[in-house]
Design a protein around this ligand. Structure first.
Ligand code: URA
Ligand code: SF4
Length: 198
């Protein structure tokens, strides 16, 4: 169902997010940052939280981490406008601290709504916060580069683009992971078997 109801649903969600005051992050934000991109995308990318640039512009992944993500997406044959990109929490935590569990929980309804609208074939987890929030894991280390199935939903786990800023070796890791993800989506589309780890 990709008709007008669908775009109405996403508009309603965007309005809800931009006016949301469900947690304390609403007090310090300049702009809430709803997800953005193609709602027909087969894959949704989930980061942690908006940073400074995202808060100023009201759009996800538009700063340095966003440039790194875009570069990796292009390397894998995706474009930004092909895919849907969002975060665990939609408002910037002060000084970019990690969002608290209670903030993640407060914001979950928005993320679940995005998932319900998009119904992605694959959820791409970017880094530890999204991994903890969606798959209850502590560290991506053992799961990076792998496909996981939970409640009939497929997930792919990779590093957060911001991690590349501190560890340049991860730039190619992220690129290769997203390429593998694109190839995996192609296989699924063609009815081929893919290896699932958990
Ligand atoms: N880091 C994130 O996790 N999300 C953004 O939108 C930007 C930086
Ligand atoms: Fe609402 Fe989420 Fe922003 Fe908290 S972080 S105010 S729950 S949109």
């Amino acid at each position: 169902m990709w008709g007008p109801e669908m775009s109405k649903e996403i508009m309603t969600l965007k309005k809800r997010v931009t006016s949301c005051v469900k947690c304390n992050l609403s007090k310090s934000r300049k702009n809430a940052v709803p997800g953005a991109g193609n709602i027909k995308s087969e894959v949704i990318f989930i980061g942690e939280a908006p940073g400074r640039n995202e808060d100023l512009q009201g759009a996800p992944f538009v700063g340095t981490a966003g440039q790194i993500l875009s570069e990796a997406l292009e390397y894998a044959g995706f474009t930004r406008s092909d895919v849907y990109i969002t975060n665990v929490v939609k408002c910037r935590p002060p000084n970019n601290r990690q969002p608290l569990k209670e903030e993640q929980d407060a914001c979950r309804e928005h993320l679940l709504k995005e998932l319900q609208i998009i119904q992605p074939k694959m959820i791409c987890i970017l880094g530890n916060t999204a991994f903890g929030s969606l798959l209850e894991g502590n560290s991506i280390t053992k799961n990076r580069g792998k496909i996981i199935k939970k409640n009939d939903q497929l997930y792919f786990v990779t590093v957060h683009p911001a991690a590349v800023i501190y560890n340049p070796d991860l730039r190619q890791v992220l690129k290769n992971d997203l390429k593998f993800l694109a190839e995996t989506l192609d296989k699924i589309k063609n009815g081929l078997q893919v290896e699932i780890s958990g």
